[in-house]
Design a protein around this ligand. Structure first.
Ligand code: CTP
Length: 401
């Protein structure tokens, strides 16, 4: 896949140091190449060398530098970029770029860019709230630039208010959104994630180690690909994802109800949740007190949500299940795919290094009705994209049949 080119324009505010973190984070994504340009004032806050080290590319600071190998670097950079992001963007640079002023490397290159443009303001609250800045920001929106709003917080100027640079993860998300291929535009995607908890009494439950990371990673990628995404989520510690609807569900039964309600309107269903197979038959209404040396609990079977979906699904509804195994992975998973009538199944072995519940990576076998693919170790985000792309392929095959 060809790398996307991100041009970061750093301007002179105290938040310039946070742009280092941003460039460092973006550089770790192997689908991105990053270049940085800076205003003279920005170089008072952070040395260009920091950005050169983090981006692995030369940093441009002047239109007229004698050491500049490229005499028209602003034009070369502008045509190289798939997106140009001003971060932090001072009130001054915002005023310049919405009025076509081009008097330094950053403003001139921004004007020459005929691609996506993003502005991440950071400044003193009063400067931010000043009607002139607000008018300029509105003008930027009207010009089609994406604004990543600053946050509330305690600012370097000792004022509490709006003007703090947005969190780096939110800026990364906004850039990812702009650069993603919208191959799921308009699709409704339903994902289950996390564990279920099966109550024993008002203070205790039986559950498993699922963290919800894989399900939430798929949801993030589906949203970036333009889908309308809902997660039916067991109890997890994952951060909500902007733009994704989260429906909480605690037990297998409540997860089943939440999914059944939404099945009709869903195009892609991904059952990444670790649903408890059994629940205590009786939930004590008072805390169970300790008496004997042993405690007998009688369990009854929970509904198999994926099997239900497989029975009810329309031909153009694409269903992906998961299988967590500890032995005979391929054989057991293939049987699960058939038994539950899924279009594909992602199988992993808990005992393989890099796979499992709490890791950021996964090592899986992707099983379809007529094929089986052992994938290399991938991050859960990368695997999320691979799953969605494969579901899209399956859908296209169904449609062309
Ligand atoms: N699943 C489900 N409802 C259940 C149990 C599992 O929908 N009551 C789904 C899971 O979300 C997963 C798939 O079925 O997508 C396989 O789950 P897994 O726990 O690996 O298999 P089980 O069917 O429970 O079989 P076993 O525990 O015997 O391996």
């Amino acid at each position: 896949m060809e790398k996307k080119h991100i041009l970061i324009g750093v301007t002179g505010g105290i938040a310039a140091y946070k742009a280092c973190d941003l460039v460092s984070t973006l550089s770790k994504n192997k689908n991105y190449e990053i270049k940085v340009m800076m205003t003279k004032h920005a170089t008072e806050f952070v040395s260009p060398m920091s950005f050169e080290a983090l981006s692995h590319n030369k940093v441009e600071t002047s239109l007229f530098s004698e050491t500049n190998e490229d005499p028209i670097a602003h034009i070369s950079l502008a045509s190289w970029a798939d997106i140009c992001v001003l971060v932090p963007a001072t009130a001054n640079i915002i005023a310049k770029v919405v009025n076509g002023i081009a008097d330094d490397m950053v403003s001139t290159t921004f004007l020459a860019c005929h691609t996506k443009k993003m502005i991440c303001p950071a400044m003193n609250t009063h400067m931010y709230e000043n009607p002139v800045t607000q008018q300029n920001l509105q003008k930027a929106i009207d010009l089609g630039y994406v604004i990543v709003d600053p946050a509330y917080g305690h600012l370097a100027c000792n004022v509490d208010g709006k003007g703090k640079l947005a969190a780096v993860k939110d800026i990364v998300f906004a850039i990812d959104k702009e650069l993603s291929d919208p191959f799921l535009k308009g699709k409704n995607v339903l994902i289950s994630a996390g564990p279920t908890q099966e109550a024993l009494d008002p203070v205790r439950f039986i559950s498993n180690h699922s963290s919800g990371k894989q399900g939430y990673s798929i949801a993030r990628q589906a949203y970036l690909a333009g889908a309308n995404v809902t997660i039916v989520s067991g109890p997890v510690n994952q951060e909500p994802i902007e733009g994704v609807t989260i429906v909480p569900a605690t037990s297998a039964q409540s997860m089943f109800e939440a999914i059944k309600e939404r099945l009709e309107e869903t195009d892609y269903i991904i059952m990444a949740a670790a649903v408890a197979d059994y629940r205590p038959e009786i939930v004590a209404d008072q805390k169970i007190k300790k008496h004997d040396n042993t405690l007998d609990v009688h369990f009854v079977k929970n509904p198999d949500i994926l099997a239900y979906i497989g029975q009810k699904k329309r031909p153009n509804q694409i269903v992906c299940g998961f299988a967590m195994e500890t032995q005979d992975l391929d054989k057991n998973a293939k049987e699960k795919l058939e038994k539950k009538n899924c279009d594909m199944l992602i199988a992993n072995n808990l005992f393989v290094e890099g796979a499992g519940f709490k890791t950021d990576t996964n090592v899986v076998t992707l099983i379809r009705k007529n094929s089986l693919e052992h994938l290399p170790k991938l991050t859960k985000i990368e695997l999320g994209l691979k799953i969605l792309k494969t579901m899209k392929e399956i859908e296209e095959e169904v449609v062309s049949c």
